[in-house]
Design a binder for this molecule. Structure first.
Ligand code: HEC
Length: 171
């Protein structure tokens, strides 16, 4: 037998293994389409993170609605204060970075979100008679900005904003 053919026969198995490995790697890492999806638009990702932080503070205050003032602890008042401050600051980020130039409703709701969250701060720090009612009032208006902007953009997160209430599609 020619030495070249003998060598090829010996190598055949190794070559087959290499081919197999290359193919398998190609499948496991996914096509170029899948890769594109993974590398999400960084601006969209940042907006998502921002909304998550807004939502986190929103929920902390939501958990403290419907109390009677004597039931509120110092910690609760502090949460209202921080919710107001944090959402107002994050609204500023939204206004600077994310409001589309041609979307007046988006702009209005982002400005209103800032205003109503800011309005929670004063009563939360001063804790005057009726301060809790003022916080609840501003919080209710803040909640409307969430709803209005999401509805405007077709984002459905109703059940997470209004726990315990049935979802009202389109409202
Ligand atoms: C001015 C417009 C606007 C306002 C006001 C607004 N949002 Fe959003 N929200 C968005 C947009 C845009 C998205 C979609 C972000 C994305 O691409 O994932 C979003 C998405 C979300 C999400 C889903 C985030 C995720 O994980 O995908 C939550 C939760 C949320 N918002 C909570 C809130 C809460 C709570 C408020 C009110 C305190 C609020 N939003 C007010 C525009 C707004």
């Amino acid at each position: 037998m020619l030495p070249v053919i003998a060598l090829f026969r010996k190598m055949r198995f190794v070559l087959l293994l290499v081919c197999f490995f290359v193919l398998w790697e190609g499948c496991a890492s996914g096509g170029p389409e899948e890769k594109k999806k993974e590398e999400e638009d960084p601006k969209k990702k940042e907006l998502k993170e921002l909304m998550k932080r807004i939502d986190e503070w929103y929920k902390k205050s939501q958990d403290r609605m419907g109390y009677y003032p004597p039931q509120l602890t110092d910690g609760d008042w502090f949460i209202f204060e921080r919710t107001g401050e944090t959402i107002a600051n994050l609204s500023d980020v939204m206004l600077k970075k994310f409001v589309p130039a041609d979307d007046k409703i988006y702009l209005k709701e982002a400005k209103d979100m800032k205003k109503h969250s800011e309005d929670m701060v004063k009563p939360a720090t001063e804790r005057y008679n009726g301060a809790y009612e003022d916080i609840q009032y501003s919080f209710g208006r803040l909640r409307n900005t969430c709803k209005n902007c999401h509805n405007h953009l077709g984002i459905q997160i109703y059940t997470s904003l209004y726990p315990g209430e049935p979802s009202k599609e389109g409202h």
